[in-house]
Structures are given as structure tokens and as C-alpha cells.
Design a protein around this ligand. Structure first.
Ligand code: FAD
Length: 399
């Protein structure tokens, strides 16, 4: 099909992993004309999908979201088998720290209870066990946590390239360098404007990440989100170290920031001994995604280096490489994602599905399925009620 066909069954706006996953899941149903419009290039790292790795975990404090990771797992396996490439690496997911502190990631004690209920195995570890087994040093005396062995690391670039190939194989049309400037739904479908031309679609999926409010703003609607340019800090590991899991340190916030740090082991698919660390500080929010600089705030890097110096004797804490990732997080940590139909936001909004914000990489194959279900069937069997797009008491704001 040539691009002179300007009417599509489905137009996906944004060619990041969620957009590509949606295109794949929709196109594989057959007999559907699917178009993806991407502002930059496919596999760009200018938005939420920069860097080589993301944390895969089954465990969640919230039972409904926990159930969704269990649904996502076989879909990851299918993606791996279709592309012949391992994407989920079960190096383990270690959560430790203050077991009662509540964070955007969840809470250790509440998550342990959820794992008990969901029948997901884990090993509870005391501070001395965490230090002896994994080499951390000088952890506060009350720190405890767990290891969940099925968690670990997701190969980000492998995933995005797999979705790029699969969506094309299934016949989706992928267009790079096309910025959507407006999306106008009505009762019969949706008009999609770009600088070059106007498209028409029965349905649209908005998967343009940190730029979602650029489109929704024209409807007089704004998703309540915080935008943060988070540091990705690569350091050298000292030679001959044993394998370690992904880890996340849950700590009480300081006056300055949320005081949360995480780290990956060296990526199993790489020959390098380097590993990546990061903070999850919800401070210094950006007004707009285009204000991101691609360079981390020096103070945030200093905080990571200080933490590594104090607690990680197996690394050289001086940064070997610095990059950033643009995280868009719902202001209400209870919701976690914006995922659903836009029917409650604007006339004709039932023809638009929105999937943006949150720590969403672990859900990529599932989010694509859900977006395709919502767009093409008008409904989905998955429990996504918590993430629905419903206007709040403040006019125009979706909290
Ligand atoms: C530092 C960091 C760490 C993270 N860690 C984890 C983790 O450990 N586990 C986890 O599950 N998740 C994690 N996440 C979240 C995860 O990476 C994101 O949820 C996911 O990568 C977002 O994918 P996306 O397709 O929604 O967005 P993006 O990859 O940002 O894609 C959106 C695309 O839309 C395009 N676009 C924007 N506007 C337009 C327009 N007007 N027209 C056309 N195209 C447009 C953009 O160019 C972009 O390519 C992390 C995120 C960050 C930043």
C-alpha cells in the first residue's frame, strides 16, 4: 500500500515502543490499514526510551497492576520467540531499604504481602545477608528487603528493533520525520494533521509519550504529569566481580529529593563490564519536553556518585558516561499510567486511545495489545480501570 492512501483504519501517533507495539498488535489481526507517524526517526532516544536497559519485575504493590505483569510475561515470551532474541534477562530483582517507605515504585512491605497473595516466590533478606551476598557496604541497620528471581533486565534496543521489524512484516506503514500537529476527533473518525498533509482514520492511538499534552491541549485538556530529565550514569565495575541482580534502594526522602537509587548489573547481552546506575528524583520538573538538554543536572549525578561511593565498593564511582531519559509520571502516583479511551475528554474522543506516562517498558507487548483492543474492538478484557482518562474536579485537568 502506498502512502498516497490517506485513509487508514488506525493511525498511531508516536513510533516509540508503545506506538510500534500497538501497530504490530493491530496489523497482525489482518485486513487493517495501520499507519505510524513518528516525529523523529524510529529507535530515536530523545524521549522516554533512551539507554540500553530497563527493569523487568513481576512484583507490584497494587494487585491489579501486579496481575498485568503476569499477563505481560507470556507476551514477552512470544515476542522473543518471534524474533529469536532474548529480551527479558532474569538476573533477579532485589528491593531493599526502608520497608515501609512509600514511593512511586511501590512499597517493600506491601509488595511482599502482594507476592504472598499472588503466589509469586521471593526470598526475604536481612541487611547482613544483603551486604554479604551482594557486596553492598554501610547500609543503615534497619534495611531489609527481598530478591524476586524472575525479575531483571529488559534489552530495550532489542525490543524496539523487534517491534519495528514485526510491525513492518505485518504490513503497518511506518513514516519517520512526520510530526503530527493536530488530532481532531468527531463522531465518524479522526482527522490527523501534519505539516505536509491531512490524514483520516477510523481510530487513532496517541502514543507520543512526553508530548501528549501538545496534542491534548488543543482540546482544552491536560494530563496532570511531572516531566523529569533523569540521569543515566554508567560506571566501570572492578574486574572479576560475581553476577548481581538489578537492585532498587527504597529510602526515606531527604529535604532535597526522593533519595531513591537503582542499578543494573552489566547487561548480559553485552561484552562490557560497565553497568548503569540512576536516581529516581522527582525534582526540577520541566515545563515542556522540548526543554530537555540531554545532559543530567550535575547535582543529581553527584548524589548518585556519593551513594555509589558509600555503598558499592565493587564499582569505580566516577561516571564513565552520562546520558538522560525523559520520564513522564502521573502526578497522582496511585494511577501509574494514562491508558484508555478519550471519550470522556472531548466529543468524538471515543475514537482516540491514549497510552502515555509511567514506568511502562515492562508492559510494552501488553500495552500494544490493549491499545489495539480498545481502538479496534472498543473494549479490552484487561483490568485497566485505574489508568482511565477521566476529567477531575479541576476543569480541563485529567488527574
Ligand atoms: C530514566 C528512565 C528509566 C526508566 N525505567 C523504567 C524501568 O526500569 N522499567 C519500566 O518498565 N519502565 C521504565 N521507564 C519508562 C519507559 O522507559 C517508558 O515507559 C517507555 O520507554 C515509553 O515508551 P513510549 O513509546 O511511550 O514513549 P517514547 O519512547 O518517548 O516514544 C514517543 C514517540 O513519540 C514521538 N512523538 C512525540 N510527539 C510526536 C508528534 N507530535 N508526532 C509524531 N511523533 C511524535 C517521539 O518522537 C517518540 O519517538 C523508564 C523511563 C526513564 C526515562
Amino acid at each position: 500500500m502506498s502512502d498516497s492512501t490517506r485513509h487508514y483504519d488506525l493511525i498511531v501517533i508516536g513510533g516509540g515502543p508503545i506506538g510500534l507495539s500497538t501497530a504490530w498488535q493491530a496489523a497482525r489481526r489482518g485486513n487493517r490499514k495501520v499507519l505510524v507517524l513518528e516525529r523523529y526517526g524510529f529507535m530515536n532516544e530523545r524521549g522516554g526510551t533512551s539507554g540500553a536497559e530497563r527493569h523487568w519485575r513481576l512484583q507490584y504493590t497494587q494487585r491489579d497492576i501486579f496481575a498485568l505483569t503476569l499477563e505481560a510475561l507470556p507476551m514477552w515470551r512470544e515476542l522473543e520467540s518471534l524474533t529469536g532474541r532474548k529480551l527479558l534477562h532474569a538476573v533477579g530483582s532485589l528491593w531493599f531499604g526502608d520497608t515501609e517507605v512509600k514511593t512511586n515504585e511501590g512499597q517493600i512491605s506491601g509488595t511482599a504481602r502482594a507476592m504472598d497473595e499472588m503466589g509469586v516466590p521471593y526470598e526475604w533478606l536481612t541487611r547482613p545477608e544483603i551486604e554479604q551476598r551482594y557486596g553492598f557496604a554501610n547500609l543503615p541497620g534497619h534495611y531489609e528487603g527481598f530478591l524476586q528471581r524472575d525479575g531483571g533486565t529488559i534489552d530495550v534496543r532489542g525490543t524496539v528493533s523487534a517491534l519495528f521489524q514485526l510491525s513492518q512484516q505485518q504490513g503497518a506503514v511506518l513514516r519517520a520525520g512526520v510530526q503530527v500537529t493536530a488530532v481532531r476527533p468527531d463522531s465518524d473518525g479522526v482527522t490527523v494533521e501534519t505539516a505536509e498533509r491531512t490524514y483520516r482514520a477510523d481510530k487513532v492511538v496517541l502514543a507520543n509519550g512526553a508530548h501528549a499534552n501538545d496534542i491534548l491541549g488543543a482540546w482544552g485538556v491536560e494530563l496532570a504529569v511531572g516531566l523529569y530529565e533523569l540521569p543515566l550514569v554508567t560506571v566501570h565495575q572492578r574486574k572479576g566481580e560475581p553476577e548481581r541482580p538489578f537492585w532498587f534502594a527504597f529510602q526515606q526522602p531527604t529535604d532535597e529529593d526522593t533519595n531513591l537509587f537503582y542499578g543494573f548489573p552489566p547487561n548480559p547481552w553485552s561484552t562490557s563490564d560497565d553497568l548503569r546506575l540512576g536516581p529516581v528524583f522527582e525534582v526540577d520538573g520541566l515545563e515542556h519536553a522540548d526543554a530537555s538538554k540531554g545532559l543530567p543536572a550535575p547535582r543529581q549525578v553527584e548524589r548518585v556518585v556519593d551513594w555509589a561511593t558509600a555503598h558499592m565498593p565493587w564499582v569505580d564511582p566516577r561516571p564513565a558516561e552520562l546520558a538522560t531519559g525523559l520520564a513522564m509520571l502521573p502526578k497522582d502516583p496511585g494511577r501509574q499510567f494514562f491508558l484508555g479511551n478519550a471519550g470522556a475528554l472531548v466529543d468524538g474522543g471515543e475514537n482516540v486511545v491514549v497510552s502515555v506516562a509511567g514506568w511502562g517498558f515492562k508492559f510494552i507487548p501488553l500495552w500494544g495489545r490493549i491499545c489495539a483492543d480498545l481502538a479496534l474492538d472498543g473494549t479490552t478484557t484487561y483490568d485497566i480501570g485505574r489508568h482511565a482518562l477521566v476529567p477531575s474536579a479541576t476543569p480541563g485537568i485529567v488527574e
